[in-house]
Design a protein around this ligand. Structure first.
Ligand SMILES: C[S@@+](CC[C@H](N)C(=O)[O-])C[C@H]1O[C@@H](n2cnc3c(N)ncnc32)[C@H](O)[C@@H]1O
Length: 288
């Protein structure tokens, strides 16, 4: 179904002040992404952060003197991020209002490192693939993306249907078959989002690792890593995660264990409970 980006933008605007309030295992997901970013900074000067929110990655990267372009389609997110940047007197980050599905303002291969994490792909719904293609097109050296993992999203949809309407719904089958959600697609869908911000859940697409790999290859990328991110945190559950988050030493060791678990035991996911649980790291197959 066609995505109404005006509506999507309003929804994200309403979520801006809560953007960095970490729930459940979100801090684990973020820290695991930081570890991956750190591994790919060699030789990087310019960074494009797509769907960069209120600057959780873009601002620290600018503080480390990379030349950062922070793009987001939500004016409220951009406002908070640019205020933070001003208070830090950063001159090497600039803010652009724009949609991830159309990055035509940037030429091909124009940024050494492109990040598109946790939202500006999966929340493009039926246009998510286009957002991936655009992210790949502007990448010169490395691309890091995270998207929602269908392995987790399908059971989440089932639970939400049962809670809201006490039976499984067409939306569950849509999630199973195409990984997609659009609030206006089926009459019962609106009942599943009662109590969420604006009683709404954005147009959405979840992927399996194989599907994501196929799209990235079609876009001319070579895959360096693809798979679940932080599944161990999800499977250990809330109490273990809370305990780990309270202790710096345990936290670092837990991140090591999460990385080993993703690599050695459950490669595809489900990923963390909160935040996008499927990561892909890629580079253009042909160097420009
Ligand atoms: C959950 S936040 C993630 C922020 C940050 N990238 C991170 O990883 O924590 C998702 C961000 O993506 C933005 N976003 C969603 N869809 C977008 C689109 N089509 N184009 C640009 N930004 C988008 C939202 O406004 C929001 O700021």
């Amino acid at each position: 179904m066609k995505v109404n980006f005006k509506k999507e933008k309003q929804w994200w605007n309403a979520k801006a002040t809560k953007e960095e309030q970490d729930l459940a295992d979100e801090a684990i997901n973020r820290a695991l992404r930081w570890r991956e970013i750190e591994r790919h900074l060699e030789g990087i000067k310019t960074i494009l952060d797509i769907g960069a929110g209120i600057g959780v990655y873009s601002i620290p990267l600018a503080q480390r003197r990379f030349s950062v372009t922070h793009i987001d389609f939500s004016p409220s997110m951009l406002k908070i991020a640019s205020q933070k940047s001003k208070s830090l007197n950063l001159k090497n980050i600039h803010f652009v209002e724009g949609n991830a599905v159309d990055l035509s303002q940037f030429p091909d291969h124009s940024f050494d490192l492109v990040l598109n994490m946790d939202g500006a792909i999966s929340f493009c719904g039926s246009e998510a693939e286009q957002a991936i293609f655009e992210s790949c097109r502007v990448t010169k050296k490395k691309l890091i993306i995270t998207v929602s993992n269908k392995i987790l999203m399908f059971p989440v949809w089932l639970a939400s249907s049962l809670e809201a309407v006490k039976h499984f719904t067409p939306a569950d089958y849509e999630m199973l078959e195409r990984g997609e959600w659009h609030q206006e697609q089926f009459p019962e869908n609106a009942m599943m989002t009662k109590g969420l911000t604006q009683n709404y859940f954005g147009a959405f697409k979840a992927f399996l690792p194989d599907e994501l790999e196929k799209i990235l290859k079609q876009a001319g990328m070579r895959i360096l890593r693809i798979g679940g991110l932080g599944s161990l945190a999800n499977l250990c559950g809330k109490e273990t995660v809370e305990q780990v988050l309270r202790n710096k030493v345990l936290f670092e060791e837990f991140l090591d264990l999460c990385e080993r678990f993703d690599k050695e035991i459950l490669r595809d996911g489900p990923g963390t409970r909160q935040r996008a649980g499927l990561i892909a790291i890629a580079e253009p197959a042909e160097k420009s």
